[in-house]
Design a protein around this ligand. Structure first.
Ligand SMILES: NC(=O)c1ccc[n+]([C@@H]2O[C@H](COP(=O)([O-])OP(=O)(O)OC[C@H]3O[C@@H](n4cnc5c(N)ncnc54)[C@H](O)[C@@H]3O)[C@@H](O)[C@H]2O)c1
Length: 318
């Protein structure tokens, strides 16, 4: 499909901007849209002189038609707990009306479609590691439900457009991903701990640090997503790094990389914070021949310059 026009929603965000880079590198033309609710044009600044890239500022919750596209990647949604709890109603809206509007675009132009879903669909999982066939343990009315249930509605909508309208849809369940352009102050584990260590502040751990996460470096994730977009698979596919870390081990890995001596402080665990998170990636391995390549240590090292620049930008100008 090289040379095709591809629509990326959420293109000014962390993952959307990396996806635009990957699609441009494959030779496509990319139309990025974003309402800049949580993203930043700084993430697209390097594409200013790229003739194959165009950006439109718009809210996908309003129906839109920007002309024929061959493929739609729907990445628009607040994604970090800090953002989606601040923008709760907007998150519900983009995961419902927004997703339906992007599906209409795909249907109208007979375009392929890939939706960025999330491991949060599994809630606080009783099945470990999480397999795609597990339906999840989500609190439908808790503070995280604005995100979790919006994403679950989106999965239902995507599946329905495949079932009723034969749209060539794909669903990726993304597990925690990090790398350059991750918002520096959005409360996600890696950005929080990195920024605190680089500032020489105490590093905060919520709970006793024994809860686990698996962290995928952004280039690994995007490679898996591009492969999925070209596949014939319509059911959800987990993409993430299955190496499981306790939050405390992750903090220590960051300390060791930076040679940091920041003290670690423990704060109460937020409500409904999942205790365990680890993808079973055997479907992605079997269907796509995909597996992550970048270790946490390597990924943290690749992200270091970015986080250093974020800390430097916080300093008052002399
Ligand atoms: N980063 C992760 O670890 C992770 C994990 C699971 C799922 N995801 C999903 O991947 C996608 C991208 O996440 P991210 O980490 O890049 O977050 P991000 O906040 O950096 O990017 C999301 C982008 O969507 C835009 N947006 C939000 N509402 C919009 C609307 N109504 N119209 C147009 N644009 C809108 C934001 O401005 C932002 O640029 C999200 O759908 C998220 O749920 C991310």
């Amino acid at each position: 499909m090289a040379d095709h026009l591809i629509l990326v929603t959420g293109s000014a965000g962390f993952l959307g901007s990396h996806l635009c880079d990957a699609l441009l590198a494959e030779g496509h033309q990319v139309l990025g849209v974003d309402n800049l609710a949580t993203g930043s044009l700084a993430n697209l600044a390097h594409l200013k002189t790229e003739p194959r890239f165009r950006f439109e500022q718009l809210d996908i919750c309003t129906p839109f038609d920007l002309g024929r596209v061959e493929y739609v990647f729907n990445f628009a949604s607040p994604a970090s707990p800090v953002d989606y709890m601040r923008l709760g109603i907007e998150t519900l809206r983009v995961g419902s009306a927004g997703t339906l509007n992007t599906l209409e675009v795909a249907k109208r132009y007979n375009a392929g479609y890939l939706h960025a879903s999330t491991s949060e669909c599994y809630g606080d999982p009783e099945v470990h590691p999480q397999v795609e066939s597990y339906w999840g343990n989500v609190n439908p009315i808790g503070p995280r439900s604005v995100y979790d249930e919006a994403k679950r509605f989106s999965e239902a909508a995507v599946s329905a457009y495949h079932r009723y309208h034969a749209v060539n849809t794909h669903l990726v369940r993304i597990f925690n991903t990090y790398g350059p352009r991750l918002q520096a102050n959005d409360g996600r584990v890696i950005s929080n701990l990195m920024m605190q260590a680089l500032r020489g502040e105490p590093m905060t751990i919520y709970g006793d640090g024994s809860q686990t996460r698996s962290f995928c470096y952004c280039s690994d994730l995007i490679a898996g997503i591009v492969l999925l977009s070209k596949s014939k698979e319509h059911a959800p596919v987990n993409i993430g790094n299955p190496t499981e870390w306790t939050i405390l081990e992750c903090a220590k890995e960051i300390q060791s990389l930076l040679g940091a001596t920041s003290e670690i402080v423990f704060k109460p665990l937020p409500q409904d914070d999942p205790l365990r998170r680890r993808p079973d990636i055997s479907r992605a391995q079997r269907l796509l021949g995909w597996a992550p390549k970048v270790s946490l240590r390597e990924g943290l090292a690749l992200s270091l310059d970015y986080f250093k620049a974020c800390v430097a930008a916080e300093q008052p100008q002399a």
